[in-house]
Design a protein around this ligand. Structure first.
Ligand code: NIG
Ligand code: FE
Length: 413
């Protein structure tokens, strides 16, 4: 089926290149544009009107149109919010203190282990729907609140069902090494063994993971343990996306690059060695490790924001994601993230735009399918309420600036 979208005031995001450094603020834009979609795929873009007008013709009355946003880091499958810890944090407790006392991720795991798969699936549907309304049309979802072979597989099966249920792109990540269960507190290597020898082979056998992740940080997994897990995953050809440098300068970036990770996420702590290591990764044959900043976490945990300005100023390609989860970032909207990034990280609206579209697509290595208006890519796009939407999103914190969402050329109601 052919559909023409015309009278687009501005079609923003026509550059099909990963944006590094100064290029992050250079926008590819067509004015008074059209978008021709054939069977869900972008067939043609241009200014004015195409040579032939198909029967299905939707006029957008001068609205701005953006590519659907890509959220490359979420933990949106969870059983319950953690309001009690929220209050403890208001009273002064830190994330590490709560985790060390058996709260945090372990708290979420205990509840999730006893929650039926169908319940997790139903709750996750509502969360994904709210993300789509906020403009997100591709989502990465991690396990990591299971922490037993059964519960980790249960989470990943929920992700598999979400992939079948929704028309948007969903990618799954196995995060068995998210926290150390209390029983293994004094023998963390034994838990690492379980991740490698019991969980990973099952995950691979059922093809449940597009990536693997490890929380490589103080009080969680060491770089040596992370390395072991990633090397085991490489044998199953499962690429890595790493949680690193959230709580300190802990070697997360180095171990990610050493294992050719597609991204390293968090980076609240970042030194010159980490920057050099990331830069160097883009000279390597595997194509580099994308730095992903998660300002929702800094906001919610009151920890430093990653120095995303330095990342861009060092000619690196920044990615932004929500980290949507019940413990450190209950933020589902990349529009909210855009506000935090502009105001607290001093990232310009144009830079934010690339960090949540084409660069974010690259963090999932899906840039040939999504992330820009390029012939041959999926027609996943947003019609915006405001004519200066890149500015209105970070400016009007908490107001949804997305008016209509199209996935493969069809409107999501
Ligand atoms: O990305 N840092 C590790 N994992 C999550 C937090 C998970 C939780 O606290 O429940 C994060 O911040
Ligand atoms: Fe996370």
């Amino acid at each position: 089926m052919e559909v023409l979208f015309s009278e687009i005031g501005k079609l923003i995001g026509t550059d099909n290149e990963i944006k590094f450094g100064v290029k992050m603020k250079e926008l590819g834009v067509l004015s008074n544009a059209y978008l021709l979609v054939q069977d869900g795929v972008i067939a043609e873009i241009g200014e004015g009107l195409p040579a032939e007008i198909p029967e299905n013709h939707i006029k957008l009355n001068g609205a701005e149109v953006l590519p659907g946003f890509v959220d490359s880091h979420t933990h949106l499958i969870f059983a319950k919010p953690r309001y009690n810890e929220f209050v403890l944090k208001i009273k002064g407790a830190t994330y590490e203190e709560i985790a060390a006392a058996g709260g945090g991720i372990l708290n979420s795991a205990k509840i999730l282990q006893g929650t039926p798969e169908d319940q997790l699936f139903d709750d996750a549907i509502l969360r994904v729907e709210s993300m789509i309304r906020a403009g997100t049309t591709a989502i990465e979802i991690k396990s990591g609140y299971g922490l037993t072979p059964d519960a980790e597989l249960k989470m990943l099966r929920v992700v598999k069902r979400l992939k079948e249920y929704f028309p948007i792109i969903i990618r799954s990540t196995f995060l068995g090494a998210h926290a150390i269960p209390v029983e293994y507190k004094n023998n963390t290597d034994e838990y690492v063994d379980i991740v490698i020898n019991q969980m990973l082979p099952e995950v691979a056998k059922e093809s449940l993971a597009d990536h693997i992740d490890v929380f490589c940080d103080t009080g969680f997994f060491t770089p040596e343990q992370t390395d072991k897990i990633l090397k085991a995953a490489i044998k199953f050809q499962i690429p890595a996306k790493i949680h690193g440098n959230e709580l300190g300068l802990t070697g997360g970036v180095q171990v990610a690059v050493e294992n050719e990770a597609w991204s390293v996420d968090h980076l609240e702590y970042l030194g010159s060695d980490e920057i050099a290591c990331l830069k160097d990764s883009f000279n390597k044959q595997y194509g580099g490790t994308m730095p992903v900043a998660l300002p929702g976490t800094s906001y919610f945990l009151r920890i430093p924001y990653s120095d995303a300005r330095t990342i861009i100023d060092n000619d690196l390609p920044l990615v932004l994601a929500t980290d949507y989860n019940p413990g450190s970032s209950p933020v589902h909207s990349l529009q909210t993230i855009s506000a935090l990034a502009c105001t607290y990280m001093r990232i310009l609206p144009e830079e934010v735009f690339h960090a949540i579209t084409i660069n974010a697509a690259r963090a999932l290595r899906m840039e040939s399918l999504i992330g820009s208006f390029t012939v041959g890519k999926r027609a996943d796009f947003l019609v915006m309420k405001n004519k200066d939407s890149l500015y209105s999103m970070p400016y009007y914190l908490g107001q949804n600036q997305v008016s209509r969402v199209f996935v493969e050329g069809l409107e999501i109601k």
